[in-house]
Structure formats: structure tokens, C-alpha cells
Design a protein around this ligand. Structure first.
Ligand code: SF4
Length: 337
């Protein structure tokens, strides 16, 4: 365990018998207590000390979509900055948390509301873990659990690599939150150093690449960092990752009306995607003011071209549009438009 947060947390137990840390972790991550006073296995004096030095209340406002399947939480951080975390409740009982890794984002992708708010700072390990704990506590009340965690919220996770991995370590820890590595996904616009580092990790985490365009000229317009990490460079890093890990990689492609949804884009995309262990996820764009989503007919045609070319392709169900909790809509606004 390397994360500073965890080391600091462990230090609080230096004078305690060895088993106390395990008891505290169980109370926090498995019993999902909201205040150390609820940790009945710990002595009163320790509970009071922990409440002072490591408070675990989480301050958040929630917004529920009309169909009740998406819940967005606006969390207030210690410096009063705000971040958004989203719970997606699937029909098959899976509960996915979409976690933020930064407050805002420095990469300024043209289709993304988070990019438009600018970059404030990266989150620390605990601030990432708290997002999951918030919804784990929420789900506990209805006797359900967090089953999947995706780093697809605000920010580029590979620009905060160490803290993202530190949080995964805690959430994956058998004594801690105990969620299996295969239930985590990290989505990147293609920060090559991050892909290379992830390939070397022992954990079997899923990797997703936000591609959104089949050629560099269009991609650089949508995702400015593409000028540094050209498509061929990103795909080379992905191929090396697959060679090393033998794991599938998901490519995400937002379908934006009149921008990247033409037949020729589909043909170009098919050429890039026809590789073993690549799979493509088409996502309907959620309007954020500048662009519009592709029509259902266009999506159908786009998908047909890819399927005809033999690409493994799926289409993602859209969550939480009415509460601005959908992909690219997270901006940490205190309320709805
Ligand atoms: S799409 Fe991702 S990387 Fe691009 S600006 Fe938005 S949060 Fe940042």
C-alpha cells in the first residue's frame, strides 16, 4: 500500500493493538458507517479521536433522474470546490459509479462541459474514495451494492495517475472495500504514459479510450491533446498494452450530428477498429450547447457499416440526461439549468 492517505490513516492506529486497524476498515468500508461513533467495535476514545482527525461525513446534494435510474451527487470538498459523481442503476442489478478524478479538466475537449469549466486541481486519494463511499452508503439503504466503478467523470484520470491508482488500491483491498479489479474501468483520451504505466500494473483493470474521431484532423479539433498524442501513437500504446495484458480494450465513440457520424467516418473507423481485443462502444451525444446528437437513423446506418466490416460494436444506453449527469455533461453546477 503506497498511497499517502492510507499511510496517514494507518498512523492513527500506531498506538493501538494490531487488530484495531482491521476493525476500523471493516466499519468504514464494509459496514459503511457515516460517523466513527457508529463503529461499535472501537473504544469510545478512539472513535472520538478519529472523528476529529479523520472525519468521514460526506457533504453532498443529490439529483435523481425521472426514471430514478441515475442519481447525481454534487460533493463539496474541504476547500469548498465541488465535484460530481454519478450512480447508474442498471436493469440487471448492476450499480455503476462514475467517478471524477479532477476538479474540472485541463484538456478542454470541444464537446465536453467539464472541459469548459477550466481546471482547478486534481483530487487526492481520499476525495476519490469518498465518491464511492457516498453511493455505497446510499445503496446500502436499499440493500444494494456498488458493483462497478468507472473513471469517466470529471477530469482525465491519467493526469492524476498516482491518486487514481491509490484509490483503486483502497477500493480493491480485501480488508477495505473489496471490489474486484475487473470491476474497475479507466477511461482516457489517450495519455500514452498512463496506458504504458497501466500495462505494468498487476491489477486487471479495464482500459477504455475516448476516441470520438477516426482521423487526426477531426480528432484534434474535438480533442486538442490529440495534437500531442496522435491516433497512431495512442493505438500503438494500446496494442502494446494488449500484448502485455491480453485484455480487451474498449473504444468510446460519441456520435455528434454532422461532425463525426458520416458513412465515410464509419468506414475510416472500421479500418482502425478491426483488431482482435478491440471493441467499440457507440455513445449518443448529450447536448452541452455546441453540438447536437446524431439521429437514430444515422446511428443505425453508422453501426451497420461497422458491423458489416466485422467490428465488435455495441451501443451504450443513455443515462441521466435530464439531470445533466450524462457523458460530457458534468460541470459541478449547484442545481439544474
Ligand atoms: S472529455 Fe474528458 S479529457 Fe476531455 S475535457 Fe472532458 S473531462 Fe477532460
Amino acid at each position: 500500500m503506497f498511497s499517502m492517505d492510507l499511510i496517514q490513516f494507518q498512523r492513527l492506529f500506531n498506538k493501538e493493538p494490531k487488530y484495531r486497524l482491521g476493525q476500523a476498515k471493516k466499519a468504514l468500508f464494509q459496514d459503511l458507517i457515516q460517523n466513527w461513533q457508529e463503529a461499535a467495535t472501537l473504544p469510545l476514545s478512539l472513535r472520538e479521536e478519529l472523528n476529529k482527525k479523520w472525519p468521514i461525513e460526506i457533504s453532498a446534494k443529490t439529483f435523481v433522474s425521472k426514471d430514478k435510474n441515475t442519481i447525481k451527487a454534487l460533493l463539496t470538498l474541504k476547500d469548498d470546490l465541488k465535484i460530481e459523481t454519478v450512480l447508474m442503476r442498471h436493469q440487471d442489478k448492476r450499480n455503476t459509479i462514475c467517478v471524477s478524478s479532477q476538479v474540472g479538466c485541463p484538456l478542454n475537449c470541444s464537446f465536453c462541459a467539464t472541459g469548459k469549466m477550466g481546471f482547478k486541481r486534481s483530487l487526492d486519494v481520499w476525495e476519490i474514495v469518498e465518491q464511492v463511499l457516498f453511493f455505497a452508503r446510499y445503496l446500502k439503504k436499499i440493500k444494494e451494492r456498488v458493483t462497478n466503478i468507472v473513471f469517466m467523470g470529471m477530469g482525465e484520470p491519467f493526469l492524476n495517475y498516482q491518486n487514481v491508482m491509490g484509490a483503486i488500491e483502497i477500493l480493491n483491498d480485501k480488508e477495505g472495500f473489496n471490489l474486484g479489479a475487473r470491476h474497475f474501468s479507466i477511461s482516457t483520451v489517450g495519455i500514452v504514459e498512463g496506458i504504458e504505466k497501466l500495462a505494468k500494473e498487476e491489477l486487471q483493470i479495464n482500459l477504455a479510450i475516448s476516441l470520438h474521431a477516426p482521423n487526426n484532423s477531426l480528432r484534434s479539433k474535438l480533442i486538442p491533446i490529440n495534437k500531442k498524442y496522435l491516433i497512431e501513437i495512442v493505438l500503438k500504446a494500446v496494442d502494446d498494452y494488449i500484448k502485455k495484458t491480453k485484455r480487451k480494450v474498449m473504444f468510446e465513440y460519441l456520435l455528434i450530428k454532422g461532425i463525426n457520424d458520416s458513412d465515410s467516418c464509419a468506414i475510416e473507423l472500421a479500418k482502425l477498429m478491426k483488431k482482435p481485443l478491440y471493441f467499440l462502444n457507440l455513445i449518443l451525444y448529450n447536448p452541452t450547447g455546441i453540438f447536437k446528437p446524431s439521429s437514430s437513423l444515422r446511428i443505425k446506418k453508422f453501426k451497420e457499416i461497422l458491423e458489416k466490416e466485422g467490428v465488435m460494436v455495441t451501443q451504450r444506453y443513455r443515462f441521466g440526461e435530464d439531470i445533466e449527469a450524462a457523458c460530457g455533461q458534468l460541470v459541478a453546477k449547484d442545481g439544474r439549468k
